[in-house]
Every structure is written in structure tokens, then in C-alpha cells.
Design a protein around this ligand. Sequence first.
Ligand code: SF4
Ligand code: SF4
Ligand code: FES
Length: 907
Amino acid sequence: MSLEIVVAKIWVDDNWYEVKPDQSLLQACLELGFDLPYFCWHPALGSVGACRQCAVKQFKDENDAQGRLVMSCMTPAAEGTRISVKNPDAAAFRTGVIEGLMMNHPHDCPVCDEGGHCHLQDMTVMTGHNYRRYRFKKRTFRNQYLGPLLNHEMNRCIQCYRCVRYYQDYAGGDDLQAFVLRDTVFFGRQEDGVLQNEFAGNLDEVCPTGVFTDKTVKGHYTRKWDLQMSPSVCVHCGVGCSTSAGERYGMLRRIVNRYNGEVNGYFLCDRGRFGYEFVNSERRVRQTLSRQDGRLKALPKAKAIEQLRDVLKGNDKVIGIGSPRASLESNFALRALVGPDRFFNGMSDESSHLVSTMAEILRQGPARSPSLREIENSDAVLILGEDVSNTAPRIALALRQSVRQQPMETTDKLKIPRWLDHAVREAVQHGAGPLFIATPNATRLDSVATITHRASPDNMARLGFAVAHALDHEAPSTPELSEDLREMAERIAQALKVAKRPLVIAGSSLKSEAIIQAAANVARALIKQGKTAALSFTMPEANSLGVALLGGGNLSAAFKAVEDGAADTVVILENDLYRRAPLRAVDNLMQAARHIIVLDHLMTPTASKAEFVLPAGTFAESDGTFVNNEGRAQRFFQAYVPKDDIQASWHWLIDMLKVTGNPEASSWNVLDDVVSATAGAVPALERITEAAPSAKFRIAGEKVPRAPHRYSGRTAMLANVNVSEPKPPADPDSALAFSMEGAPTQPPGALTPFFWAPGWNSIQSVNKFQSEINGALRGGDPGVRLIEPPQGGSALYFSGPQKPFQPRSDEWLLVPLYHVFGSEELSSQSPAIAQLAPKPYVALNAADAERLQLQDGAEVELSLAGNAHKLPVVVQPDLPDGIAGIPAGLPPLGDSGLPDWTRFSRS
Ligand code: SF4
Ligand code: SF4
Ligand code: FES
């Protein structure tokens, strides 16, 4: 039996250190706190030894005085290794390398958007290269238009190749290349055009220079050191990636990745990075509005509260409609205002039912909901019904890494360390582990899938049930299964069965309960076979799971309460009902209710019909908790105190609770009061208090500063208003301060607004915050898991699937098709994202289009939820017979009531 060495002793500059032997010397040195420069290595991408920047001197033994230069990123931290980082030869080599890299660099830091958070600047200072000797003409390039998200400035390139390695190898993109001509290399597209990969925005952080920068910040650019930042959570899907939100002059300026080892790691999707501009939208509601003479007009906040008191106090006909895009605290405060029986969760009827079903399955177990890190480490995956690249994008990026797990077992046997990226990829070639995708239409993950299966929702569920049955014959079988499908199910079952960490993914995007049940059956069958299978459900919105755990009736029940006269006053929280229910049903509610009070960020169609509209703070202007699809409660904090009347919805609701004399909230004043009350009242949410330290948390008696200590201009920025420097606003709701003053040490992960360390201004400074490189943040990653399957959880199977889908001769089953840009409500209001959203269309397969004598682009008429639409046809060869699709969430179509049968007529 061989004993695995878990610790290696290495000698670095006169001292022995204990490190993990399965890493490179560069990683080990960074983990030990040494400042060692690098460019081509990236903790998520591994080592290729391209830039030669990370050189150290290695010595054979204690008698070797001469040593030899090695690249620390290419050398394992093996037991007994002796190196010097400080050695003058190594230091001179590193200085020489950077001098070479900087020869053609334009030195345009003052006008470069990367300046102030640039890895190249940091490394140049670190190596001591501070004098330019090269006196000749520099090489220059023509820049490209790469779309509305990223700017391109090729002259700044240092040829580290990180961009193409990330874009092609890690994110699966194929339209960014390295083009070589004589002695120049150009990193860009074959021709100008929008970068096609939905993770392209990460190039802003992956490129160590200012070649790829965030184009959306150009109009309101601010240096990193001048931003006031907060630890935040992305609001644009149910994955809940950690972000850092930066403000200046009362405006949200940019979103960058906030490393969270268990969730998003180093990367965001483009919807999350660039979807923030809705916060600065002209459609924002900034003042308290009430309807006067038929029009919404501003009125003072205090007056509005008085009028709301008159409407609400003693009124026993008030109901509240919550929202899966609002925080737990705001939803709970609304529930307190109206009472638990009169609180409705704000999800569409189907969504409410399906999200609750998924929550219940996860709570019952036995399959555990994995973190994104665990998804990345899965070694066989079955996806039923979800186009995750569009519904939960960051999961798709994790799955691209998961398919490498099985092939990398071969390289483990060859003793190639996993961080030796080029060698691993050479050995693996294009090998990919098992990934099975069943969706109605082609997905961007298909290129790495083992099998893709295009089917109707019912048929996908049938496949899932068949896989479960193939794994365990006690699981219900699938009637009328074709021989092809039986073989496919058996093949999938076999791959999942032999895997070490199998994973099943499903969700609610096709509104099919059978798909969710089939996925649960597969996971349960695997567990009955003794596997530690994971079950991941995508969630439609940032807090869908949180609201499901909070409880509350569905929208139809709310509409009925008004229709029946049991309610005549409706408080609607951060929710555009027109996106969730048929137009007529919402119109009827608006007409039947005596008072409609809306709290929201934007002037939505729902808000525009209200009697009162209260300006609600977005994620950037308020604090709260979301529960992501994993079941992880995560806290977000406001980046700044908004101007005008804007405040957190839960603040508005506390105001209403107080003026109506509601005893429940008499002692509620700050966020922690509402968090504690929520945790105390709802057992499923009991642990949300642990999502982040409370407002009382202090480090050596001080709060955590939101701004870097170099933040400038505090005295001058508002001098046109008042020459005296204003006192920074107090923040009673969190342990963060609106200031650059505060605790100078590292805060816990959940309270880290930005990553910065001495000599490390770029986002790469995260290595100083991690307990191990690419591992957890010191003190643990942010958030707390609320759902753990009980020991020996339910192994009962859901009963069998329906009959096979039967196409009809003159009708099509219309299903929603999701788009990373356009399907989500808030990001669609951000100009750059809106540019990339598709126009409404109807998708048909080629045979159906031909049968209808329709060509690509031809216009057809169809009826949707009682409304007629004329739409251009897009022929999509992958769609199964009898299935048509429309883009989900795209006004004016809406996807409420889908899937549904519809007819087409030529217009
Ligand atoms: S564009 Fe950036 S990431 Fe790509 S090679 Fe140049 S410096 Fe490196
Ligand atoms: S995957 Fe979802 S949560 Fe993560 S950045 Fe993208 S939209 Fe935001
Ligand atoms: S970081 Fe080691 S060679 Fe580039």
C-alpha cells in the first residue's frame, strides 16, 4: 500500500515551508505569501510557461551554489525542492523579461481603462522595471469592434496568450484567435464583430493588460481606487454569483467578479457583468408617486406615508404580492404587513408550483444540491430540459470543466499534474467525459456533449424515467419506449453508474413537472445504487428558492381574492405582473382593486397603473438576502446611499408597518431586525442569520471600509454643492462603512467589498485572500447552505411518465426558448445587453416550415394568451416535429401559459 504524501517540504530563500505537493512552485510561493510575478499562469487556467516571468533559481541541494533558472509555474513543489525567489540572477531575469514585454507597450496608463487595477502595472513595479531604454518605433495594430460589451486596444498586448486559452479552452468560444504574421501576433476575431461567447466579458479580468476592457463603463469611467464598493450578489439568474458593485457620484459604475470558491470562482457570465445598467436607467422610479387627476405625480415621502396609513390602517382587505427578484427581507416585511394568509409569492402559477416542487425534492433528499464548484468536479452529467447556457449561464461554464474530469484521470495515471495545462490538453486531446443533454433545441454545450437528444418536454421526461428504470428496476418504467430510446437510456444509465460523482440537472424552464420528477428519479436510483449522486435544479430568478421557502399562495389565488371581493387593496413588491400572468387577468386585477401600491425600481407596465409607486432600491442601493439554486443564502449590501426617495423595499414596508401600528414590527429598525424576525418565523430560513456577519461586527473596533484607502476627492467631489466636506452617511444596517477609513485588515469573505493588497491592485490580488490558491477564501466562502438532505432521505420514486408526445397536424406545441440576453427582465433594461437581445420570432423546424410553405424570415400570425402576434419565422433544424418556440421573457410576447398548442397562419 502506498502512502499519499499530503505535505511536501520546500526550501525558499533560507527557510523550509510545508506546502501541498500537487501544485506548482508558483502556486506554492503565492500561497506562502511571496510576491512572485507572473502573466500566463492563471489559477483557473493552469500553467503553460509562455511568458517566462515567474523565473526562480532552483538548487540541487545545499551544496549547489550556482543553481539554475526555472519557471516556477512549470516546476512541481516536490518534496525537498530548494529555490530562491530573491536570487539576483532570477530577479535580473524577471526584470529583463518584463523590459522585453514592455518594449512595444504604449505606456498609456493615464488613458487606459485598466490603469489602477492592472496586473501588468503591478508586475512591472514588482520586478523593478522602471526605466525605459528602448528608443525605436513601437509596433502598432488596428483595433477591432468586438460588440457593445468589450473594448479592444491591441497595442497594449504582451502576448501572454491567456485570452485565447481562456476563451477557447476554458469557455469553449471559437471566434477569438491568435493570428500570427512574421514577428507579430494579433489577438482578435477574423473580422470585426460581436464576440459570440457569453463569457467573453471575463477577458476584462483575464487579460493582464488593457487590451480587453469593459466598454459599458466608458461613459462613466472611474478608477478602481475611486470606487465605493460593496459585496453584492448578481440578480440576473438563480445561480447567485458573487459580485462587487462599484459606485461614484451616486451612480453604479461597474460590476466585477467577487471570488467565491464555492460559487462563481473567478468568472461571471456577461449578463451578470454587464446587466447592471438598469440601475442607472432613465426608467428608474426615483420619487414617491401617487395618482392625481389620473396621472402619477411626485409627492413628498412623508405625505405619501401619511396617505398610505389612511389606505392601510384598519383595512382588512389588504393583500401582498411578493417577488422572486426581491430579497427575503422585503418579502418577509410584506408578509408581516398583510399577514401570512394574505401573502402571495408573486411567481406565476406554474413557476410557483414547480419551484416549490423542486424545493421539496431537495429538502426530502436523498440527493444533495451541489455547489457550482461541485458541479465543476462532476464526472458524468445528465441534463434534462434545461438550456443552461441561457437559463443559468455560469453552470454551463462549470459543465465545460466537468467534461474534463474523466479524461484527466488518464493524465493522472501518466503522472501529469493537472495544473500543467498544455501537457494535460495534449494528452487528453479533444477527449470529453459523459455529458448527456436533452432539450427541445440545440444548445451551446452540444459541442462537448456525448449525446444530445431533441424532444418535447414529455418525451424528455420519458427519457429521464427510462434512465432511472435502467438504473433500478424498481423505478417506474416508461411505456411505449422505442428501441432507440431504450438503448440511449441504458447507455446514459451505465455512464452515470460508473462515474464517481454523477450529476443530474433539471429545472422549470419548460414548465414541466414530469421533467423535474424524472430528474429526481434518476438521482434517487443512483443513490440506491450506492452512488453519491447530486441533483441540481436551476431556478428562474435570483430569489425563487428563497421565496418558495418563505411560502405564500400563487398569483391566481391573489387575483381571485380581489375578484371575490375578499381583498380590495394590493401591495405589489418589485414585480411586473404583466410578465407573469395573462394580460387580461392583470388588467382585471388593476381594475377591480380599489388601491394598488407598487414598490419597484423601474416604471414597469404594472407600476404605471398603480395608485402609489414607491421607489425601491436595487441591489446596489439596498441590503438583503437571496437564496440561490444551491440553497445557499447570500447577503448583498448597498454600494451607496441613493439620492431622492429611493430606499430598500423592506425599509418602505417598515415605514408602512409602523404607521399602521402593526405590533410585529414595532421593534424593527435595521436590516438585522428583519433578518432575525425572518429566521425566527420561518424554520426553513432559520440559518439566514449566518449568511454574513451582523451590523455589530467590528475588526479591532472598526467597520469595514467600502472604499480603498487611496480613494480620492472626498473633500472636492461635492465642493460645488458645499465647500465643507460632508460627513459620510452612517450605515446602521451593516458592518460596512461608506468611507475609505476603517479596519485595515482583511474582512470575512461575505463582507469583502473588493480585493486589494499591497503591490496587488488588480483583481489577481485575490490570492492574498484565499486560504489556498483556487480554494476557499480565508474564513470560508460567503453564504450558508439552508438545505441539506436528511440522513436516509426519501427514496420513493415518482410515478411513471405519460404517453409519448403526439405531434398534431394543424397545431404546434409552443415552448419558451431562452436567451442569455433578453429573457431576463432587469438586464434587458441595460442598453448594452438590450443591443444583443433577439427580436421576437417564432422558431419552426425545417420540415414544418416547408409543410407550411414558410421560409426563414416569412411572417406568420399566431395567438398567444388570447393576443394575436405577427412574427418572423426562424427555421431551426434541431426542433422536433410538432414543436415550435418563441423567445422567453421577451415583450410583448411573454411566456405565461406556455407550453401551449397554437396554430399559425400566413400573414
Ligand atoms: S490580449 Fe491580453 S491576454 Fe491576450 S495575449 Fe495579449 S496581453 Fe495576453
Ligand atoms: S450565471 Fe447568473 S448569477 Fe451568475 S453572473 Fe450570470 S446571470 Fe449572474
Ligand atoms: S507565469 Fe510562468 S512562464 Fe508565465
